[in-house]
Design a protein around this ligand. Structure first.
Ligand SMILES: [Zn+2]
Length: 336
């Protein structure tokens, strides 16, 4: 399978994150890059599509913030990565002071997503990688893999969180709609709910969003991903969540995947985008499903049976020693 990646995506390298009350090494680490690259036989060069596709999804003020947040943090005399630490609780007045501390809280919803020195460069090229994979699929390639890193599916129009800054999948979906696609389906199979993607398309009927994930009653991101979130306005009925309990194995996962696939089939999209996270893996250090490496081939084959032009975008997956094998197993399912 043709894959896309830019080495400039590796410029994002935050040192630490706040997890369970401790500062710990950032799980979305640089070692993921080599682990996944080793599993990809053919990596094509990411092409630059410029800012317009990013601006079509994300708010201008948020893009501006991402571009300068780390420099502003350093200018304020702070060491290391830029971290939010004060958040506008519901009902408080909107941002009035252009001070980096206030802005970090305004645009972040967690403390796991610091802005490091190379973050903007990396996430810009990350989006370009998704767009380059999309070009291949729109150009007639049946399936392409965009090795997006860092992940993107937790990023909303004007917020970052969950290691995500720009929403690569949403950028690709919107770009496809502006270049001939009438309907796009997004089938998210990361361990965590794709809250950013859901939010961006929540009131849109031309993008069907589906997410299979750990029940937000027990797992991050808690405030999104429940089964009763089904879209609003013109998008009512075009968002589907499939929350599952911790410990879910492939046997229990597959019936939900088949239900999601039935919905995709009924929608008849021109394009399918699959945000793939290998953090559903039994050995993932920060997640709690029980899917094994060989199950990913079955998962890939089950989705590939839809026989739609498909762009796969990498999301999470933190068991670095098994990550290459889990990505390879999933992609193999598409080629069988
Ligand atoms: Zn995840």
């Amino acid at each position: 399978m043709i894959s896309y990646f830019s080495d400039r995506q590796a410029r994002h390298a935050p040192a630490m994150e706040l997890q369970n009350g401790e500062m710990v090494p950032h799980a979305e680490c640089h070692a993921r890059v080599d682990a996944i690259k080793s599993a990809l036989p053919r990596i094509a060069i990411t092409e630059d599509h410029g800012m317009a596709p990013i601006q079509a999804v994300h708010e201008a003020a948020y893009i501006d913030f991402l571009q300068r947040a780390h420099a502003d943090w350093v200018a304020a005399g702070r060491p290391g990565d830029a971290f939010p630490y004060v958040f506008p609780i519901r009902g408080r007045r909107p941002l009035a002071l252009a001070r980096i501390d206030a802005e970090l809280g305004q645009y972040a919803y967690d403390c796991g997503t610091p802005v490091a020195e190379g973050t903007w460069e990396a996430v810009y090229w990350n989006a370009q990688t998704a767009l380059s994979g999309l070009d291949a699929v729109l150009g007639g390639t049946a399936c392409a893999f965009a090795f997006c890193r860092p992940p993107g599916h937790h990023a909303g129009r004007d917020y970052m969180g969950g290691y995500s800054y720009l929403n690569n999948v949403a950028i690709a979906a919107e770009h496809a709609l502006r270049h001939g696609a009438k309907k796009v389906a997004v089938l998210d199979v990361d361990y965590h709910h794709g809250n950013g993607t859901q939010d961006i398309f929540y009131e849109r009927e031309e993008v069907l969003t589906l997410s299979l994930h750990a029940d937000p009653k027990s797992d991050y991101p808690f405030y999104w991903g429940h089964a009763d979130e089904t879209g609003a306005g013109a998008g009512a009925g075009y968002n589907h969540n499939f929350p599952m309990p911790r410990g879910t194995s492939w046997v229990a996962y597959k019936p939900n995947l088949l239900r999601a696939i039935d919905r995709v089939q009924a929608f008849q999209p021109d394009l399918l985008i699959v945000p793939y996270g290998a953090d559903t893996y039994a050995g993932d250090p920060i997640s709690f499903f029980n899917i094994e490496t060989e199950d990913y081939t079955a998962m890939g084959a089950t989705i590939a049976a839809l026989d739609l032009p498909t762009l796969i975008c990498m999301e999470g997956g933190y068991a670095v020693e098994s990550l290459g094998a889990n990505v390879a197993a999933f992609l193999t399912g598409f080629e069988a």
